[in-house]
Design a binder for this molecule. Structure first.
Ligand code: PLP
Length: 432
């Protein structure tokens, strides 16, 4: 293919695949196989010694999945990527690839609930401490760090607050300390480009916008190839000391002939090998189908959401709309800087009638699906106070940005008139 830098619309259709060399098939085939015939004994030995990259066993790599990995790495501007079975697996591996028992990470408080649980409880049980700080305050990441801090973590556009993370300011503070920033960009693929702002690692739940059609759970870890692990040997022992599980390989050295991919190479060859959250080839195929139209879909999600914001702002029964477009001051500046491709398809609003009105509104929706998901082609709604956040005390809910009358919407690709008509009739039924 051409050497010219291709646009996202083109990469989403072409990166990582041209045609099947044997059949000429244009659509990526689903390589539904567990294992791969080696050419000969030498070939097998070279693959296992990482002298050559190639297919060994689908838990560690698969040709269909490889296309998805290459395509997302290209779109993100990263060096390489690793697909895994879910967004949760991506977040877990992204941290476990650097932090071991006795180590810590610093994370923004505004996280998807599953990630929060993973960090606050499951990784803690494994000996990895998470220190939570306000993601809007970059200096707080420095203050919470010490010699055993292996990474910083934040979401680009965390809901329900939808306050954009100052990726560049945080990353710039971490780099001289040898601390990489891991960014969960699930809510803003193509809209935000974390590597352009200094993030070292990007993770995705590909279940959401990337798949886009609500068919397949998946996750992705993208290595920016832009972090000098070797320069901080004490900070990053997993990448700079001999790995007993791989005949003493030092990943920062072993990766050199292959490119600046030490981080993602270890994630694949150690974590995916040992913990095994492999993406199925069928799901990789489904996610590739979604990815092909991502550059078309994201602007429509954003446009439709902006129109919903305008509509909700005109309603007397809506006391507050939560969306980057209605923010002011530094929040608005950060939204403009980091969401340069659009302000996203997620929004929240508060009903004057509180919890009961929220429940009535949800029950009255006819077009919107009532599900605990985001990033589908279809419009989705949920009332967090009575569902996702119902186990929390009301004061904690409010701290998390969930008031009793808060409703979260993930705006889909339907015609805007139909979206607005459904919201209008449901609001009318909900009453104040
Ligand atoms: N990150 C974010 C921002 C999410 O919204 C989600 C799921 O909702 C996840 C990670 C976890 O992804 P998955 O459900 O694919 O495991």
């Amino acid at each position: 293919m051409t050497d010219r830098k291709l646009h996202p619309e083109t990469l989403a259709l072409h990166a990582g695949w041209r045609a099947d060399p044997q059949t000429g098939a244009v659509a990526p085939p689903i390589y539904q196989t567990t294992s791969y015939q080696f050419d000969d004994a030498d070939h097998a030995a070279r693959l296992f010694a990482l002298e050559e990259l190639g297919n060994i066993y689908t838990r560690i790599g698969n040709p269909t999945t490889d296309i998805l990995e290459q395509r997302i790495a290209a779109l993100e501007g990263g060096a390489a990527a690793l697909a895994v079975a879910s967004g949760q697996a991506a977040s877990a591996y992204a941290v476990q690839n650097l932090a071991r028992a006795g180590d810590n990470i610093v994370s923004g408080t505004d996280l998807y609930g599953g990630t929060y649980n993973l960090f606050a409880n499951t990784l803690k049980d494994q000996g990895i401490e998470t220190r939570f700080v306000d993601p809007a305050d970059p200096d707080a990441f420095v203050r919470a760090s010490d010699d055993r801090t292996r990474a910083w973590y934040a979401e680009t556009l965390p809901n329900p607050k939808l306050v954009v993370c100052p990726i560049g300011e945080i990353a710039a503070l971490g780099r001289p300390m040898g601390i990489p920033l891991i960014v969960d960009n699930t809510a803003a693929p193509l809209l935000a480009r974390p590597f352009d702002h200094g993030a070292a690692i990007v993770v995705y739940s590909t279940t959401k916008y990337i798949g886009g059609h609500g068919t397949s759970i998946g996750g992705m870890i993208v290595d920016g190839g832009n972090f000098d692990w070797e320069a901080f040997p004490e900070r990053h022992p997993t990448l700079n000391t001999p790995d007993a599980s791989y005949h003493g390989a030092v990943w920062s050295q072993a990766a050199k002939p292959l490119g600046p991919i030490a981080y993602v190479l270890r994630a694949r060859t150690v974590l995916l090998r040992d913990l095994g959250a492999a993406l199925s080839p069928f799901n990789a195929f489904q996610l590739l189908q979604g990815l092909e139209t991502l550059p078309l879909r994201m602007p429509r999600h954003c446009d439709n959401a902006m129109k919903v914001v305008a509509f909700l702002n005109g309603r007397a029964d809506v006391t507050r709309v939560i969306h980057p477009s209605v923010q002011t001051g530094i929040q608005a500046e950060r939204a403009a800087k980091y969401l340069s491709g659009g302000l996203g398809g997620l929004l929240g609003f508060e009903l004057a009638g509180g919890r009961d009105a929220g429940r009535r509104f949800i029950d009255a929706l006819q077009l919107f699906y009532h599900v605990a998901n985001i990033g589908d082609a279809r419009s989705l709604a949920i009332h967090p106070a009575s569902t996702t956040h119902s186990q929390m005390a009301e004061a904690d809910q409010v701290k998390a940005g969930v008031s009793p009358g808060y409703v979260r919407l993930s705006i889909g690709l339907e015609h805007i008139d139909d979206i607005l008509a459904d919201l209008e009739q449901a609001l009318d039924k909900a009453g104040v």
